[in-house]
Design a protein around this ligand. Sequence first.
Ligand SMILES: NC(=O)C1=CN([C@@H]2O[C@H](COP(=O)(O)OP(=O)(O)OC[C@H]3O[C@@H](n4cnc5c(N)ncnc54)[C@H](OP(=O)(O)O)[C@@H]3O)[C@@H](O)[C@H]2O)C=CC1
Ligand SMILES: O=C(O)C(=O)[C@@H](O)[C@H](O)[C@H](O)CO
Length: 324
Amino acid sequence: MSDTKPRILRSVRLLNAAEKRIETDFIAPPPPTTPLDTAAILKLAHEFQPVAILVTHHSPLKGADVAALPESVKLIATVSVGLDHLDVPALLARGIAVSNTPDVLTDCNADLAMMLIIAACRRAAEYYTLMKKGWGHTLGMDEMLGHRVTGKTLGIIGVGRIGQAVARRARGFEMNVLYHNRRRLDPTHEQGATYYESLEDMLPKCNILSLHLPAAPSGGPIITARTLALLPRGSVLVNAARGALVDETALIDALRSGHLFSAGLDVYQNEPNPDPRILALPNVFMTPHAGSATVETRTAMCMLALDNVTALVAGKPLPTPVTA
Ligand SMILES: NC(=O)C1=CN([C@@H]2O[C@H](COP(=O)(O)OP(=O)(O)OC[C@H]3O[C@@H](n4cnc5c(N)ncnc54)[C@H](OP(=O)(O)O)[C@@H]3O)[C@@H](O)[C@H]2O)C=CC1
Ligand SMILES: O=C(O)C(=O)[C@@H](O)[C@H](O)[C@H](O)CO
């Protein structure tokens, strides 16, 4: 090991291609066998004095954690597009650059959102549970019926990279796509989707609502008892964005009462231990925050995070800097 190579830390073991690159290009401790929490990262950072730290949303760096980073750290490279685990203004104010991994995960997250939409509409969780129990009786003509996906009205909150990719997929299912952002897209990017400035106007028209906006660092949930009540009875909620966007008690009430037919969830307020009341609901199809969890995407995310470190140490512009 030559000490002329840059010293870096990562909070998780990366994919093999990225681990090989770390061996060749950087000096780093052995890959963690389990993800490091924030306290462990800070401790190691003081011992190791890295120039950059690769983190994920499992290891937040906010408030006092930012102040506690050693002077050696010049870049926090998050292996995620989401930034809600980082106090970006505080990091930038300390002169620490921030990078993330947009675009490379867009398609896989949109694929997973479509999986949740279809699974929630077609009762995949209940079918799977029945089959694992051994099935055992021929279903009646009107037993365990789901809802058709083709042709339905899909509302999307947050039509950025991932939201637009979901909208493209939805068009393949002949869905009518409505969307809400704080600002209307340039009409050339709308591709037939209809903009609603107000959720009050959009939600009553949705059969399915899919969330693809970021969680604001200090913001409350956008899906509450009030916004859920605006959805038509029998509609479906999908969240592959962030758990903090949904008031889970309101969601549970809506699923129990039948106001919502079902939900498809990849993210939860309390990860990795979601509310047991959600786990107990039959009409929720759940995945474990796996929106980007493919070999191809996770490899690309790790490599892009390292590309940012390489650029930083070479004094070049970061490929995917976070500016505010
Ligand atoms: N489940 C998983 O594993 C993954 C989850 N994600 C989540 O998906 C999120 C979106 O990623 P990506 O599409 O790349 O991000 P983008 O920044 O491209 O898109 C976000 C969109 O949300 C809109 N938006 C932001 N705030 C609001 C608001 N308060 N109300 C309505 N719309 C809003 C923005 O438009 P405007 O500014 O006009 O409002 C923008 O169009 C990430 O932040 C992350 O949290 C991402 C990857 C994997
Ligand atoms: O990109 C995001 O915002 C994500 O939430 C995901 O891609 C996770 O970062 C990924 O699961 C690594 O922890």
